[in-house]
Write a protein that binds this ligand. Structure first.
Ligand SMILES: [Zn+2]
Length: 291
């Protein structure tokens, strides 16, 4: 009798362990998106008010899931606030809009420094770490489930969505890249033909950027992308989101490949003036139906 009671308890415990996290996640996603969070995204995400309403609604749900599942901690004396959490979640989730994908399933921790942080480490190795290769860093992505960011740079990047520099988009592109099992500039792609097109286009563009960097020629894509294919994908992602019209014009094939991958077209909402805009006609109550 005691044996069967024990087995029963184990089974019940197993079912609870399986069901409870899903229940909690569903509850978090279905909870109202707080007005304070709306104010934060409107204040800090320069492009937010330009997004079509369906994308804003998607983004809100993704933010809620992201904040439910990821753990934030401050370093260097920084105290974590909702502004920090929501701003980072919003930017990170921009990369997931319209895509049938998990919300960075391997990512657990986000560590935030107030400003540039210094690491006592050499160049990146083959151990899954994408190190920006400098001692003073703005961000760092680990395939072992961790992203580290400098808050002042995060905020600057989110409020200026036209300069092609965005540390959150950059580091979370590395996270997507690492989901394929190797951080090498090739994230998980839909099929063989997709992979072939990706490889050909990104290789050509990467080599062109290397030549530009080598000769000191100005380029739309930041020369840092010439470091290696993983950095190229991360830097190209920043350019795709922040300078889509220029990329569509001067790097049409690359733009098309990234548009197919990210399943959005930022040229649709890229008439941003460069900094956080005034609130638009679509008010918070228009989005209440999301919640
Ligand atoms: Zn990088």
């Amino acid at each position: 009798m005691g044996y069967w009671v024990f087995v029963g308890l184990v089974l019940v415990g197993g079912v609870i362990a399986l069901v409870l996290p899903r229940y909690r996640l569903k509850k978090a996603i279905n909870a109202p998106f707080p007005d304070e969070w709306v104010a934060i995204v409107e204040r800090n995400i320069a492009v937010y008010n330009n997004l079509p309403v369906p994308l804003r609604l998607q983004l809100r749900k993704l933010i809620k899931q992201f904040l439910h599942q990821k753990s934030f901690s401050g370093a260097g004396g920084l105290e974590i606030t909702d502004e920090i959490r929501v701003t980072i979640a919003a930017e990170a989730c921009m990369l997931l809009l319209n895509r049938r994908t998990g919300v960075y399933p391997a990512l657990r921790y986000i560590i935030i420094y107030p400003t540039t942080f210094v690491v006592d480490r050499g160049q990146a190795g083959s151990d899954g770490i994408v190190n920006e290769g400098r001692k003073a860093l703005l961000g760092e992505s680990w395939s072992s489930g961790k992203v580290i960011l400098a808050w002042d740079n995060v905020l600057h990047g989110s409020r200026n969505f036209v300069d092609g520099q965005n540390v959150v988009l950059h580091e979370f592109a590395h996270q997507l890249d690492s989901e394929s099992g190797s951080t090498n500039g090739a994230p998980i792609l839909a099929g063989k033909s997709c992979l072939r097109t990706w490889a050909v286009t990104l290789s050509e563009e990467f080599e062109e950027l290397q030549r530009d960097a080598w000769k000191g020629r100005k380029s739309l894509i930041d020369h840092y992308g010439a470091t290696n294919p993983a950095e190229f994908f991360a830097v190209a992602t920043e350019t795709f989101f922040e300078k889509p019209k220029q990329m569509a014009k001067y790097h049409a094939e690359l733009f098309e490949v990234l548009r197919n991958y990210y399943r959005i077209d930022p040229t649709d909402w890229s008439n941003v003036t460069g900094v956080v805009r005034e609130r638009e006609s679509v008010r918070a109550q228009d989005l209440k139906s999301d919640q």
